[in-house]
Design a protein around this ligand. Structure first.
Ligand code: ATP
Ligand code: MG
Length: 362
């Protein structure tokens, strides 16, 4: 299954229109398509004729809990021949806050994991993203191997898209996963010199990244959305239907290049689960005790659970670390002073003087 995220943080540039109508065009060419509506505005859900308020379940149930990923198949709705929908609802906007306390990896991998649970029924999954690069878009980028950025043929749109490409590059670096990005010019009004010039600029700037097809302004696209169907089922001869058919042909003709060897992901796959390590520091006089090491970038108490208790005259600081097997160097930071662990005989000279305690996790 080719998973394609339709992304642009700019509102109203044609993400939803492109998602729904590319789905329509690909389905007309005989492909089975899953549309994943990751936007709480639920515009793709509506444009495919489904009222989100009438559904009892949607992507929220799939993404909110780790076990929800298995529910994806249950929430899918068949909307037309060869198109199924994973519907959205306004409740998706609560997801960011709901998952705020979870590990970054865990909360951004959900959609990818959920798509992996599906039987191999679809040739394409098209993910419509909201107009921001938050948790929902990040989930889409992790699930996808390809990104289509609809770009309105206006000057300010170009400015924003360069920032978006930088963000995508940054994200993909961080998650170590290759994304093949293409730009789709949209809302093109060929009657104005300004639009023609802008399209020329976009082609020059993005070269091969740019689709040859251009999506023209076409009121039938709006009407079809209001009728809840892709434009090719509404007015097959409309410019909008022809343009999206041409863009779909380009997509079919150009599958993404094979993924580069995905080192961080492989590392992650082979990396054993982290172990919970509990260490304690006792002192009668200390007011503030934190721990810093190579496991948390030497940032005191970062990624560490910390508890303080009184034990007689002493105070005991308990530090809970979650670490995969390996050897780690650390120190306590006691009222701002960096000290080795007095209870750990295993220590080595530190690079900037003093001694670092050594922790071996097996
Ligand atoms: N090529 C087009 N011709 C005419 N109208 C269009 C075209 N593309 C999109 N529209 C209309 O422009 C509006 C915005 O388009 P769309 O909803 O696809 O953008 P979006 O990027 O998904 O917006 P948002 O960021 O809010 O999700 C809609 O009313 C849509 O019907
Ligand atoms: Mg939209």
């Amino acid at each position: 299954m080719r998973v394609i995220a339709i992304v642009n943080q700019k509102g109203g540039c044609g993400k939803t229109t492109s998602t729904v109508n590319l789905a329509g065009a690909l389905a007309a060419d005989g492909a089975s398509v899953l549309v994943v509506d990751m936007d709480p505005q639920a515009h793709a859900t509506l444009a495919l004729g489904i009222d989100p308020d009438e559904l009892s379940e949607n992507l929220y149930e799939v993404l909110a809990e780790p076990t929800g990923v298995a529910l994806l198949e249950r929430v899918l709705v068949n909307v037309s021949e060869r198109i199924d929908l994973a519907p959205s609802s306004i409740v998706l906007s609560a997801l960011e806050q709901k998952l705020a306390s979870e590990r970054h990896d865990a909360r951004t991998e959900r959609l990818a994991t959920a798509l992996d649970t599906l039987p191999p029924r679809y040739e394409y999954a098209l993910i419509d993203c909201p107009p921001n690069v938050g948790l929902l878009t990040f989930n889409a980028l992790r699930a996808a191997r390809e990104v289509i950025v609809p770009l309105e043929t206006s000057f300010f749109a170009i400015d924003g898209v360069q920032k978006l490409l930088e963000t995508i590059a940054l994200l993909t670096d961080r998650i170590g996963h290759d994304l093949s990005v293409r730009i789709l010019p949209t809302l093109y009004d060929g009657r104005t010199r300004y639009a023609r010039q802008t399209l020329g600029d976009i082609r020059e700037l993005f070269k091969d990244l740019c689709f040859d097809s251009v999506i023209r302004l076409n009121v039938k696209l709006r009407e079809a959305a209001r009728h809840g169907v892709p434009v090719n089922l509404y007015t097959p001869a409309a410019n909008g239907a022809l343009d999206y058919a041409a863009a779909a042909l380009e997509i079919e003709a150009c599958p993404p290049p094979p993924a580069r060897t995905d080192v961080p992901t492989e590392e992650k796959l082979t990396q054993p689960d982290p172990k919970e390590i509990v260490i304690r520091f006792r002192d009668a006089a200390a007011g503030d005790v934190r721990i810093a090491g190579d496991f948390n970038g030497w940032v005191p108490d970062k990624d560490v659970q910390s508890l303080v208790q009184a034990e007689g005259p002493e105070r005991v600081w308990t530090k809970i670390l979650n670490l995969p097997p390996g050897t780690y160097h650390y120190r306590y930071v006691v009222d701002g002073e960096w000290r080795e662990d007095p209870d750990n005989p295993n220590a080595v000279p530190g690079p900037v003087g003093g001694r670092n305690s050594v922790l071996v996790v097996r």
